[in-house]
Design a protein around this ligand. Sequence first.
Ligand code: SF4
Length: 392
Amino acid sequence: MSENPDNNSKTSFQLNPWGDDLVADEDYIRLCEEFGINMVQELEIPYSAFEKNRFLRRKIIYGHRDLGMILKAIREEKPWAILSGIKPSGQFHLGTLTTASEMVEFQKMGGKIYYAVADLESYADNGTPLDIAYKYAVDNIADILTLGLDPKSYVYLQSREQIPQDMVFMAGRHVTNNMMKAIYGDRDFALYMAALVQVGDILLPQLMDGPMPTLVPVGIDQDPHLRLVRDLTRHFKYIKKNRKTKKEISSPLFKPAATYHKLLPGLDDVTKKMSKSRPNSYFNLGDDPIEIEKKLKRAFTGGRGNKEEQKKLGGVPEKCMIYKLLQIHFQPDDNKLQDRYLRCKDGMLCGTCKKESIQIIMDFINEHNEKKQEMVPLAKEILSRDPKTFSF
Ligand code: SF4
């Protein structure tokens, strides 16, 4: 994130969806106010609405745009979509795990998943050749299937799907260079194009299957894409031909809704985002378990300066990377998570806590990787399915 250098812009922050910046805790509220993101806690709905979704239940998702529209569709038992995606440029890491798990949690609330494998964006951003991206895609889809993705979900490669590709031209008619610069800053032209491809991804569920509320669960750094697509939605319509009369009926689309989670800091330094340039800041699920354990042992905690202080004052789980990992990913049991929180506050020593927690995390990862092997053939089959969309 950086200060917006464009003096004419109404905003003072510029979020970079392709960057490594971490948003400081104190900036989240300011960002929400500045970009018109609403707080989930202000939605006046019963707790039971969030019961099935651990990211909402545990308040990991804190911001939203039009989440009320999705909750209304659930209440009225109407169809709604979840759109998410992955850039296939490497193995699953803790960041990609967050968005993928969120999507699966929303699936439990009744949404149909549309999942973009963003191989074109991977080429634009990382220079990953499409054949290499395909190999990562198989690996990534096997991970998500292991997490619980419904195999009937619509999973597609950007490079094979017509709507996202056509959208570069269709949406391109409605944007100016200044507009892209104000939203994204000065970027390579290929990244502006990748952003327009993403407009196609986000609108694909409605352009393909008809207007319906669509939810995009993201980290706050991806908000520029949401602002762009919400602004452009009014230019597109779902067109259906009446079989008898042959007349075309066009219907407007819903502005896509979004939820926002905070960005996960590095394991080694909570003031910086996880980044490939700092190997101790993150791990991939497929890494050597011994190496993962080493990184976890070195992870930043919310422990006090010494044993006496810890026993007297208790730890600070809110600042602890070990606690965050359990809360977001690796401790599915709410009661056990709450118990650890209370024991930490009560003065449990970090050494004891880390030992127990690392065991929980490693058990999860080992079990995940074992199950994942069985999912590889299904992942290949899903990626070989014919694309469904053509020009629109
Ligand atoms: S006791 Fe556990 S949760 Fe608390 S700060 Fe230490 S490692 Fe983190």
